[in-house]
Design a protein around this ligand. Sequence first.
Ligand code: BTN
Length: 182
Amino acid sequence: MKDTRTLTQIALMTTLIIVLGFIPPIPLGFIPVPIVLQNLGIMMASLLLGWKKGSISIFLFLIISVFLPAFTGGNTLLPVLAGPTVGYVLSWLFVPILYSLFTANQPTKKPVWIFLAIFLAGVLWVDVLGSIGLAFKLGMPLKTALLSNLAFVPGDTIKAILACLVASRVKVESTSPKKSLA
Ligand code: BTN
């Protein structure tokens, strides 16, 4: 019963990430990285499922995208890994565990801490890793890549707030990495 529940939660989260990829990207013009909604799904997976199930749902999304065009704009994984957005996509895999580590010592789970943790893991970490990948792929100075990524911060912050609001209304049990290692 618990296994069925877990599998359902993971499958639903993977589906949500894929469905968010149907929403067309908004190109920025000055860098070959668009504004997307799929990273909202990554934040939701972290907030709602915890590090284990959240990571599995993101991993499952990546596996599916090897065969199906599950990324925003209809891309599959291999071209994405070879392209300028590789840093963002690789960073997504670590968002649930980072988020869980940031909240592990916050038993009261105050909304402000939840927001701060998902901002650090789902916005700052992703945009910094993404900038490193971008700089590497385009041969662009890291400082320029980081500065151009500031364009994502307002939108990504709104996504983080939205994810917190949804998560505060949907209760799904989760484990922290510390708890399950104990
Ligand atoms: C892809 O489909 O190739 C991945 C796109 C990654 C876009 C990143 S995620 C963080 C930042 N916020 C956005 O809205 N876009 C970039």
